[in-house]
Design a protein around this ligand. Structure first.
Ligand code: HEM
Length: 205
């Protein structure tokens, strides 16, 4: 019975990593990328998202609760759960550990990012271009964000591979190879979108 429950929680953890968390992360980075087209474009896009109907309920059920569940079980998996790995080759086993390390880096990054953006906005700061510009013109924070964004995007892209394999969507060696290339492409494209935005906020280009 306990095994069944653990299996169910692990499946839920895996699913939430892609839907809704992964989808949310990609749309969040795409919306932020409007900064590249100028201050006004970013402010319009950010305000559109912020003024969606039922925004607080959406945030709680589509973002905060799924991330909280995924993060808590993720920390448990990293530090406590027994893992029977080593069924794959050298690179896959190595990526398995990087998945865990990036999970922890992403946790620290998200906690700080939510504190200095969403919590500050709730306390009265205005949600606009200058909020992120103020944060990212500090070189330490710029590099903290670069590492945090790369870590989150890697964790998502590599996790997507694990998701497609563990849910039986990519079973044959050939389909796993295709999924490997596809997830590398996801990593490169989404990283570019995220880093391009950070450079705009920090250097105005
Ligand atoms: C907040 C801190 C986070 C922690 C501590 C964490 C931890 C983990 C761990 C340990 C795994 C591996 C599970 C396993 O192999 O059984 C994992 C898988 C995954 N995570 Fe995260 N994660 C975090 C955030 C995120 C975020 C923000 C995303 C999406 C952008 C995400 C997406 C995924 C995906 C797609 C998987 C693969 C699921 C699978 O293997 O089927 N995670 N996470």
């Amino acid at each position: 019975m306990a095994e069944h429950r653990e299996y169910f929680y692990r499946r839920l953890h895996s699913l939430l990593g892609v839907v809704p968390i992964g989808i949310f992360m990609v749309q969040h980075l795409v919306i932020n990328h409007f900064a590249v087209y100028g201050e006004e474009s970013f402010n319009k896009a950010a305000n559109f998202m912020h003024n969606l109907p039922f925004v607080l309920a959406l945030e709680i059920f589509v973002i905060y609760l799924p991330i909280l569940f995924h993060a808590i079980l993720g920390v448990y998996i990293v530090f406590i759960a027994k893992n029977n790995v080593r069924r794959y080759g050298f690179v896959r086993n190595w990526l398995f550990y990087v998945q865990r390390v990036t999970g922890i880096i992403t946790l620290v990054f998200i906690a700080w990012h939510v504190f200095e953006t969403r919590v500050q906005v709730a306390l009265g700061a205005s949600l606009d271009y200058s909020l992120m510009e103020g944060i990212l013109t500090n070189p330490f924070m710029f590099w903290f964000y670069i590492i945090g964004v790369l870590s989150a995007v890697f964790h998502f892209s590599n996790g997507l591979w694990g998701f497609l394999v563990s849910w039986g969507i990519a079973q044959s060696p050939r389909s796993q190879k295709i999924v490997t290339y596809a997830t590398i492409l996801v990593f490169l494209v989404v990283s570019y979108i995220g880093i391009r935005t950070l450079i705009t906020f920090a250097y105005g280009v």
